[in-house]
Design a protein around this ligand. Structure first.
Ligand code: SIN
Length: 565
C-alpha cells in the first residue's frame, strides 16, 4: 500500500518533491481512513530536521543508501532560515583559522571543547567552498566576498547573503542540491514522536503525519538535526517549530544530555507591544549601530572594552541592567541607534530588517529602535563527539540539537551555520559506516482517537513559557529555579497524551524546560550565558560540563575524561 500525502492546494509553501515515500504506491486516502491506518516503512537512514545540519548530512549519507529527511513543517521553516547575520569562516589561511579559534574559545568563557572548536574552524573553509560550488550566492563587492563583523570577533570574517537573509540563501542552495539526488526523500509536516530502541540500540522512530496517521520507520541509524528549543521561553527569536523535540526524544530514549543551563539570549530582539520578537542582527552593531538607554546615553563602554561588540552574553545582561527601574513592574526602554550611519544604505544592506521595521512604523535610518533580549540559541543538547555520535548506538546528532562543547558557555556570533555544515557533514560520514541490517519492526497500533482540548494545551504551554522566562531566563537564582521546577512538576499530571502535534510539542517543551532548570540549579556559578545572581563568580579550577540522563541526577564531567564526574 502506498500513501500519498499531497492534497490539492494544501502544502503551498512546500517543495515539489516533498512527499515521495519510496516503497509504496499509495492511493489518496480520506482523512478518516488515514486516521485508522498505522504505516510501516524501512529506509537506510533517517534525518530529523531539514535545516543546515540535516540537509548537509543527507547529502553525504545519500552515497551509502536511501535517506528520509523528515521535517515538522515545510522545509523552509527552521531556525536556519531565520539566521540573518551570516556565517563566520576563516578563509585566509592558517593564521586566520587560528584567530577564529581564539575568538571562539574566548567567547565560550572557558568551557569550549578545544578539539571541537579546532575541527569547526579548520574544516569550515572547505564546507563553505562546497556551498559556493553548489550555488550559494553570498554578497560580493567588485567580485570579492563581503565580510562583516559581529560581537567578540577580532576582525570581519562573516559572509552574508541578500544582506540579512544568509540562512535562507544557504537553506535554498542546500535543499536544491539535496533534492537533486533521487536517494533523498523529504517528508514534510511530520511530527516525530519517539525513538525506537531495541537491545540498547536506536533502530527506528515513530512519527505522526499531517493527517494524524502514525508511522513506524525502521532504519540503520537516525540523525537528530532538529534544531533548538527557543519556544520554551515566552520571549524568543526562534520560529514556532523550535520546541526541543530532538533533545526530549533523545532523553526519553536514554541518551546523555549536556550543558542545558547554557541558553544564549540574543541582546537585540525588537521590543514592540504585540509584535513578534523579531531578530535585529548583531551585524547591525558590526556595521556601527550603538545601544542607548532610556536617557539616550550610550552605555556599553561601562560594561566591556569592546562596547557594543562585546560577547553576546555581556551585551544581553547589560541591556537587562539598563532596563531596570525603581518603579516595580516597569521596564525602561533600550534602543538600537543607526541614525548616525551615513556611509551605507541601510535598507539595502539590511533589506529584511528594514522592511519588517517599516511594516511596524519604524525607519531603520531615522528612528531609535526599541530592543530587549530574547532566547536565541541553546549551547547544550544531546551530547556527541565530533562525529555526531551520541551515547546511544544508532543515534547521531548535529547542529543546535547537539552538544559537542564547541560553543562552551556562550556561542561566538555566526558560528552556528558553520557548526551545522561541519558537524552535519561529519555525522553523515560516520553514519555511512553503520552497515548492520535494518531491523524488522512491528506496526504501531492505530492512533487513539483522543479528544484534544487545544485551548487547554495552549494555556499550559503559555504558563510553562512564562514561568521559564521569569525563573530560568537571563538571570537566575536558587529560589526561582526551585519555583519553576515545582511548577513544571505540578504540570506533569496535566500533560495530554502525545497524540497530536500540539500535545507532542508541549510534552517536549516540558522535558526541555525541566532539563534547563535542573542543570541551572546544579551549576552554582556564573559562566557565559548562565548568570546566577546568587552565585555571581566562576568556580575555581577547570570548568566542567553538566550531564544528565533519564532517572539520574545532574553530574559534572570533563568531556573525554569521565573520571572527573
Ligand atoms: C545575528 O544575526 O545576530 C544572529 C546570528 C547568530 O545568532 O549567530
Amino acid at each position: 500500500m502506498v500513501v500519498s500525502y499531497r492534497r490539492r492546494g494544501e502544502f503551498s509553501c512546500c517543495h515539489a518533491r516533498r512527499l515521495r515515500f519510496w516503497r509504496y504506491r499509495v492511493p489518496i486516502l480520506s482523512r478518516a481512513s488515514l486516521n485508522s491506518v498505522g504505516v510501516l516503512s524501512t529506509v537506510d537512514f533517517v534525518v530529523v530536521g531539514a535545516g543546515i545540519a540535516g540537509l548537509r548530512a543527507a547529502i553525504t549519507l545519500a552515497g551509502a543508501g536511501q535517506v528520509l529527511v523528515v521535517t515538522k513543517e515545510c522545509a523552509a521553516e527552521s531556525n536556519t532560515q531565520y539566521a540573518q547575520g551570516g556565517i563566520a569562516v576563516a578563509m585566509g589561511g592558517e593564521e586566520d583559522v587560528a584567530l577564529h579559534l581564539q575568538d571562539t574559545l574566548a567567547a565560550g568563557d572557558g568551557l569550549v571543547e578545544e578539539s571541537a572548536a579546532a575541527t569547526l574552524v579548520r574544516e569550515g573553509p572547505l564546507r563553505v567552498q562546497e556551498l559556493l560550488e553548489w550555488g550559494t550566492v553570498f554578497d560580493r563587492d567588485h567580485g570579492e566576498l563581503m565580510r562583516t563583523r559581529e560581537g567578540a570577533h577580532s576582525l570581519p570574517r562573516i559572509l552574508h547573503a541578500n544582506g540579512d537573509a544568509t540562512g535562507r540563501e544557504i537553506g535554498r542552495a542546500l535543499l536544491q542540491h539535496a533534492l537533486s539526488d533521487p536517494r533523498i526523500t523529504l517528508m514534510e509536516w511530520a511530527t516525530t514522536l519517539d525513538l525506537i530502541v531495541q537491545n540498547g540500540r536506536v533502530v527506528g522512530l515513530s512519527l505522526l503525519d499531517r493527517a494524524g496517521t502514525k508511522h513506524i520507520v525502521a532504519t540503520r541509524a537516525v540523525l537528530l538535526a532538529s534544531g533548538g528549543a527557543g519556544q520554551v521561553y515566552s520571549d524568543t527569536t526562534n520560529p514556532p517549530v523550535a520546541t526541543g523535540d530532538g533533545i526530549a526524544m533523545a532523553y526519553r530514549a536514554g541518551a546523555e544530555i549536556s550543558d542545558m543551563e547554557f541558553y544564549q539570549f540574543h541582546p537585540t530582539a525588537l521590543s514592540l507591544p504585540g509584535v513578534p520578537r523579531f531578530l535585529l542582527s548583531e551585524a547591525l552593531r558590526g556595521e556601527g549601530a550603538v545601544l542607548r538607554n532610556h536617557r539616550q546615553e550610550r552605555f556599553m563602554d561601562r560594561y566591556h572594552p569592546l562596547a557594543e561588540l562585546a560577547p553576546r552574553d555581556v551585551v544581553a545582561r547589560a541591556i537587562t541592567r539598563e532596563s531596570l527601574s525603581d518603579k516595580p513592574g516597569e521596564i525602561l526602554p533600550v534602543y538600537l541607534d543607526m541614525r548616525h550611519i551615513t556611509g551605507m544604505d541601510l535598507s539595502q544592506r539590511f533589506p529584511g530588517i528594514s522592511t519588517f521595521l517599516r511594516q511596524h512604523g519604524l525607519d531603520i535610518s531615522r528612528d531609535l529602535i526599541p530592543v530587549r533580549p530574547a532566547a536565541h540559541y541553546l549551547m547544550g543538547g544531546v551530547r556527541t563527539d565530533v562525529d555526531g555520535r551520541t551515547s546511544l548506538p544508532g543515534l547521531y546528532a548535529a547542529g543546535e540539537v547537539a552538544c559537542t562543547g564547541v560553543h562552551g558557555a556562550n556561542r561566538l556570533a555566526s558560528n552556528s551555520l558553520l557548526e551545522g555544515l561541519v558537524f552535519g557533514a561529519r555525522a553523515g560520514e560516520a553514519m555511512r559506516k553503520e552497515t548492520q541490517a535494518t531491523p524488522t519492526l512491528k506496526a504501531m497500533p492505530p492512533s487513539q482517537q483522543t479528544t484534544t482540548d487545544t485551548a487547554a494545551i495552549h494555556a499550559l504551554r503559555d504558563a510553562l513559557r512564562d514561568a521559564m522566562w521569569r525563573d530560568a531566563g537571563l538571570l537566575r537564582e536558587e529560589h526561582g529555579l526551585r519555583r519553576v521546577l515545582a511548577r513544571l512538576q505540578s504540570m506533569e499530571a496535566q500533560l495530554p497524551a502525545p497524540e497530536t502535534r500540539d500535545a507532542v510539542e508541549l510534552r517536549n517543551l516540558h522535558t526541555v524546560g525541566t532539563l534547563i532548570a535542573r542543570s541551572a540549579l546544579a551549576r552554582r556559578e556564573s559562566r557565559g550565558a548562565h548568570a546566577r545572581t546568587d552565585a555571581p563568580e566562576k568556580l575555581a579550577g577547570l570548568p566542567l560540563h553538566s550531564c544528565i540522563r533519564e532517572g539520574q541526577q545532574v553530574r559534572f564531567v570533563r568531556f573525554g575524561d569521565e573520571s572527573a564526574a
